[in-house]
Write a protein that binds this ligand. Structure first.
Ligand code: ADP
Length: 500
């Protein structure tokens, strides 16, 4: 909860695995035997909402002061409401929990989530039907991806047609959560709707060619999308009676977690955020989108005329941890001191470390080259550490340069490591600000609730900019530029060139 000055006044959370053990999840999900199918029990999410609202009530949170609410949900995941459930949502009785009331409300009890990668067949079908990967990207902002909702819907339609038939409405995780507050099916917002391979990101309507390639009568099951700060309506009387929210509390469209983070980090046009978490993510606020088969373009969650670009790298902190364990005795301190004492540019040695199949580009393996561009089997421990970190940031620069950026912000677990940020600053030849915004997706939705509540919305640009906690400048000795690129089907060497 944030107040009118955007200060956080309350936060709470529920851990799925430990607080709802009856659902038997690990990390909030079930990984199925094929290791590709990953789902979450939808009733676990419903029960978690009962639980967190109960916790807030017990903590004395004053619901009567809430003017508007919004939220975010993991992108791409989907929820399948059974026929007749909209009426159940309209008639929620405040004496019962949502979990009790909605027990029979879902045609599919295990919702596919963002980690699912079991829909390769559906992706191939979509790209063929629509006219190729680039064509799908030109329309929807991304080529066909396994986790994207349209391909998940296509799989359910094919594998469980009776469940698809029994589905009245399909929600994203975000619009599902909004529905629980609204007391009727909530619209999908443009920003989260961009992660489905179904929406035309320019017209902001469902794309007929994609709908047709996915499942029949899909448009009526999706409802019309709305802009991300749209007021969907007033809160359900259920919450007014049960928790004491005011009757005129507004529900602002919910969005995805990545768009929520962009709002929470208060990004503005031209800013690039580099999140160094389990996987690494780069996202930017852009004006002129140019979709490619690498990365994603989403509609911007705070400014209707803008977009956000997002590139995800699977080999992030886990790969850094592996090299730390191999070359620095498991110590970040030793890892950092190597970065401090080795030269920028690594004497021309360069490495690409894709332990797991990378997303951008789709490639796997470790590849090392010396200053003559000759492939080599290994580096010294010190050379390996610098090659890894420089290589990871060079890849990000190659992609980000295509999109353009002005100011760089770093967040995520590894952004606490100043020596890693120094390499980031040197490789991009740009200052790097660190920002420590815990729960940025959640926080962004507090901001968006305020934006939606005020009649003309808040002027986003008048907000104080992100917290400039600390800044790292390029080292004076850093005169490195890059010549090279990563294609979608091949890896190019990076070449270092001294330049004045
Ligand atoms: P998530 O993406 O799961 O939210 P975090 O953003 O919390 O993850 O980042 C967790 C990662 O941060 C860990 O995997 C760890 O490798 C990395 N990390 C934590 N401290 C450091 C450090 N001092 N230097 C480099 N990496 C670090």
């Amino acid at each position: 909860a944030v107040d009118g000055n955007l200060s956080v006044v309350h936060q709470d959370n529920v851990q799925f695995d430990s607080e709802l053990p009856e659902f038997g999840t690990q990390g909030g999900v079930h990984i199925h035997a094929d290791s590709l199918t990953v789902t979450s029990p939808v009733l676990m999410w419903v029960k978690a909402l009962d639980l967190i609202l109960g916790k807030m009530k017990n903590a004395g949170f004053d619901f009567s002061r809430v003017k508007a609410l919004s939220g975010s949900g993991q992108q791409h995941g989907s929820v399948y409401w059974r026929k007749g459930t909209n009426q159940v949502l309209r008639d929620l009785q405040p004496g019962k929990t949502l979990h009790e009331l909605l027990k029979g409300g879902f045609a599919v009890s295990d919702s596919p989530v963002w980690m699912d990668s079991s829909t390769t067949e559906q992706c191939q079908y979509l790209e063929t039907a629509v006219g190729g990967a680039q064509r799908v990207a030109d329309i929807t902002g991304s080529r066909a991806y396994e986790r994207f909702t349209g391909n998940q819907i296509a799989k359910i339609y094919k594998a469980q047609p009776e469940k698809y038939e029994d589905t009245e409405r399909i929600s994203l995780v975000s619009s599902f959560a909004a529905s629980l507050f609204l007391g009727s099916y909530a619209a999908i917002d443009y920003s989260d709707g961009s992660g489905m391979n179904l929406m035309d990101i320019f017209s902001k309507q469902w794309a007929d060619s994609c709908l047709e390639a996915t499942a029949p009568h899909l448009e009526e099951r999706l409802g019309a999308p709305v802009h991300s700060s749209a007021v969907l309506g007033l809160l359900s009387p259920y919450h007014v009676t049960r928790y004491g929210f005011p009757e005129d509390c507004k529900v602002v469209a919910f969005t995805g977690d990545n768009p929520g983070s962009l709002a929470g980090m208060r990004l503005q046009e031209g800013d690039i955020a580099v999140s160094l978490g389990t996987s690494d993510t780069v996202f930017l606020w852009i004006k002129e989108p140019r979709p490619t088969v690498e990365g994603h373009i989403f509609c911007n969650p705070v400014d209707r005329s803008s977009y956000m670009a997002l590139i995800c790298y699977k080999n992030g902190s886990l790969t850094r941890e592996r090299i730390r364990n191999k070359c620095a005795g498991g110590s970040w301190e030793v890892f950092s001191s190597v970065l401090r004492t080795t030269p920028t540019g690594n004497n021309g040695n360069i490495g690409i470390y894709f332990d797991a199949m990378e997303i951008t580009p789709s490639a796997v393996g470790v590849h090392r080259f010396d200053k003559e561009n000759t492939k080599v089997a290994g580096f010294s421990a010190q050379g390996e550490i610098r090659a890894l970190v420089e290589g990871q940031f060079l890849a990000k620069r190659v992609h980000a340069e295509k999109l353009g950026y002005k100011i760089m912000l770093a967040t995520g677990g590894a952004s606490s490591n100043k020596d890693i940020l120094q390499v980031l600053s040197d490789v991009f030849y740009a200052p790097v600000y660190t920002i420590d915004v815990a729960n940025s997706a959640c926080l962004g939705c507090g901001y968006r609730a305020l934006q939606g509540d005020l009649i003309n919305g808040i002027d986003w640009l008048s907000l104080p900019h992100y917290h400039k906690d600390e800044m790292v400048f390029p080292s004076p000795k850093s005169n490195v530029c890059t010549v090279a690129g990563l294609g979608s089907n091949h890896i190019c060497c990076f070449k270092y060139t001294s330049c004045s």
